[in-house]
Design a protein around this ligand. Structure first.
Ligand SMILES: [Zn+2]
Length: 87
């Protein structure tokens, strides 16, 4: 099986979150993730950021339409910088 580079794997995995990707590409991503710790770590960080953002923008907060507190902005920025360093 062809072994795609890490950046292509992360891009394909990200795409699969919102859209269907071809079965062969999905298999390549799965196979790559079986052996690539950095990609698995990157995906865990992306999922952590997604969960953090979801928790921050639950329905009660979005209904208030209050500005995002500075502490939360800093938390998002730090999480995004940590994720960027692993790619
Ligand atoms: Zn990788």
């Amino acid at each position: 099986m062809k072994h795609p580079p890490c950046k292509k794997v992360i891009a394909a995995w990200s795409e699969s979150l919102e859209h269907s990707i071809p079965l062969t590409l999905r298999a390549q991503v799965w196979y790559h993730l079986c052996f690539c710790g950095p990609c698995r770590r990157c995906i865990r960080q992306i999922l952590a950021i997604r969960d953090l953002l979801r928790s921050m923008f639950d329905t009660t907060e979005t209904q208030n339409a209050a500005p995002l507190p500075a502490a939360r902005k800093e938390k998002i920025r730090a999480a995004m910088q940590a994720a960027r360093k692993t790619i």
